[in-house]
Design a protein around this ligand. Structure first.
Ligand code: GLU
Length: 433
């Protein structure tokens, strides 16, 4: 089984979505299930409704999970297993004062060395432990650091080796009984029989800790790992979650199609023979092992190109955008000159608004009268001849106000095409201008 494990602590960004896509694709390729696990144990950081939002987005992108689980439902198992580690002496109770630990952390930071637990409570006698428990001193549970190096081979990044010092005796259960991220994650990956974990490279340093947890529990089935290189912004810096185009919601609101976003995120950091494809097509040729190890740079121009390509593939654009089918042809004209769905909609909606530009107001009135007072039977060329003759308007003073009458824009699509397409409802549109 593969899994996507989002925390409901913020908006979904493209890095998360990319992780979800790759897990989904590999699950399909291997014929395994795709699990979505909402990592909601950190109650203070959870944001109400974000879990549902993530699920709705996954559905929208066609990344249908075989099952959805909430990590908090397993807390009792995490607690039981922490107890088992205590019983088998693989973990210990730590009564160190939080403030004291905080100071040690700060000191380590000042001295520019990584913080490591002092080991103070690792070897308390049974008597000392009993006394502290009796005195109700709050405690956390720490796993004992490993006795030898933790090694693993990452599917993308190659071989890694972490020393016991690097892994450290870290906290697995907080004083309120809530498991830490590493503990809950390591156990759930084991409980759901995860075969391969694909996630962002910011989690690389968690991997030896998670492997150590399972080793300590005696789980000996190997879980493979693939850590995806980070995504950089156009300036070459790490794409921050706060940047607009990092937000999936923002991209959708801007009118990028889910198909184009998916296509783009699969392409990012890869090189394939073809650039334009669907998720189903990618399942046929995608190879996780061939992803570039180097950070991938976000390129909005490429996304725009793909968006145009995917917009071309929409068979029924009026239906897709929720407009009456008699506007199909006009919407197609707008599509040809737009980069996003939002642009098409803005152009189309403008057609039904009053013209506000004053430059050719007078000319518009003259043309309006001429068009409304006569039958619209002729082809464009005769129409043009007649209207030019009867209004004595020509050149810019004819074409610009005419286009404004048609679509409320001075520049844009060919008037000839617009006229032909809009003829059946042209008078209706012009009346409202
Ligand atoms: N909840 C973690 C995150 O959103 C998941 C990390 C993982 O995939 O193990 O970053």
């Amino acid at each position: 089984m593969l899994r996507f494990a989002p925390s409901p602590t913020g908006d979904m960004h493209i890095g998360n979505l990319r992780v979800a896509i790759f897990n989904y694709i590999v699950a399909k390729q291997k014929g395994e299930k795709f699990l979505v696990r909402i990592e909601d144990t950190d109650k203070e950081r959870n944001i109400e409704g974000k879990d549902k939002e993530i699920l709705v987005l996954l559905e929208l992108f066609g990344l249908k999970p075989d099952s959805v689980v909430y990590q908090s439902a397993n807390i009792h198992i995490h607690q039981q297993l922490a107890k088992r580690l205590l019983d088998t002496k693989k973990a210990f109770l730590c009564f160190c004062d939080e403030e004291e630990i905080k100071k040690e952390r700060e000191k380590a930071k000042e001295e520019k060395r990584p913080y490591r637990y002092s080991g103070k409570c690792a070897n308390l006698s049974l008597k000392e432990v009993e006394e502290k428990l009796e005195a109700k001193v709050p405690f956390v549970i720490r796993i004992k650091k490993p006795k030898s190096d933790i090694e693993f081979s990452d599917e993308i990044k190659g071989d890694f080796k972490f020393s016991p010092f690097e892994v450290d005796s870290f906290v697995i259960l907080r004083s309120n009984g809530v498991p830490t991220y590493n503990f809950a994650c390591a156990i759930d990956d084991m409980l759901y029989d995860i075969s391969l974990v694909i996630r962002g490279e910011d989690h690389l340093s968690n991997t030896p800790k998670q492997i150590h947890i399972r080793n300590s529990l005696g789980y000996d089935k190997e879980i493979k790992y693939a850590h995806l290189p980070i995504i950089l912004n156009e300036k070459g810096k790490k794409l921050s979650k706060r940047e607009n185009h990092a937000s999936v919601k923002w991209l959708l609101e801007e009118g990028f199609m889910p198909e184009a976003i998916i296509n783009y995120l699969i392409l990012l950091g890869n090189s394939f023979e073809r650039e334009v494809f669907t998720l189903d097509e990618a399942i046929e040729f995608f190879d996780l092992k061939k992803i570039s190890k180097a950070p991938a740079k976000f390129d909005i121009e490429k996304l725009k190109f793909l968006n145009k390509e995917h917009m071309k593939r929409i068979k029924n654009i009026s239906k897709y955008l929720g407009y009456d089918k008699r506007y199909e042809e006009l919407l197609r004209i707008f599509r040809d000159e737009s980069v996003t769905l939002k642009e098409i909609k803005e152009k189309f909606d403008a057609v039904f608004k009053r013209a506000e530009d004053d430059e050719f107001k007078k000319e518009r009135e003259i043309l309006k009268k001429e068009i409304l007072e006569n039958e619209l039977e002729e082809e464009y060329d005769e129409f043009k001849k007649r209207v030019m003759k009867n209004t004595s308007l020509k050149g810019k003073r004819f074409f610009m106000p005419l286009r404004e009458l048609l679509i409320n824009q001075k520049h844009g699509a060919e008037i000839k095409d617009l006229y032909k397409t809009m003829k059946p409802y042209l008078k209706e549109v012009i009346k409202g201008r």
